[in-house]
Ligand binder design. Structure first.
Ligand SMILES: C[C@H](O)[C@H](O)[C@H]1CNC2=NC(N)=NC(=O)C2=N1
Length: 102
């Protein structure tokens, strides 16, 4: 079934369970900080693996010791859908294994 854009109430409810994530410019966003570059790069690769599995892809920005994640759903014209929330939850699950700072 095609995803539909979430209402602002649905986005608020999802964000309440996603600490550190915010809704900005029709996207879900979070920046993760790491102990250095390799753990940040490993996080990017792990997220890429999840994204391929889900066939849903965020924009990832790799810095020296940080990874920025920004996602919405292109197929509904760049709005936030349940697919974005599911991807954010999957990323949250793996972040601690890379030593992401809370
Ligand atoms: C053809 C393929 O299913 C689409 O291009 C997928 C791939 N990844 C995607 N990622 C995101 N963020 N939004 C999409 O609509 C999307 N669509």
């Amino acid at each position: 079934m095609a995803p539909r854009p979430l209402t602002s109430q649905e986005i608020d409810a999802a964000l309440a369970e996603l600490p550190g994530w915010e809704f900005e410019e029709d996207r879900l966003r979070r920046t993760y900080s790491f102990a250095g570059h390799f753990p940040a790069a490993a996080m990017v690769l792990h997220v890429a693996q999840i994204q391929e599995e889900m066939n849903h892809h965020a924009d990832l920005l790799l810095g020296y010791d940080a990874v920025g994640v920004s996602v919405n759903t292109h197929s509904v014209g760049g709005r936030v859908t349940e697919l974005d929330v599911r991807l954010a939850r999957r990323i949250e699950e793996i972040a601690p294994s890379h030593g992401a700072r809370p």
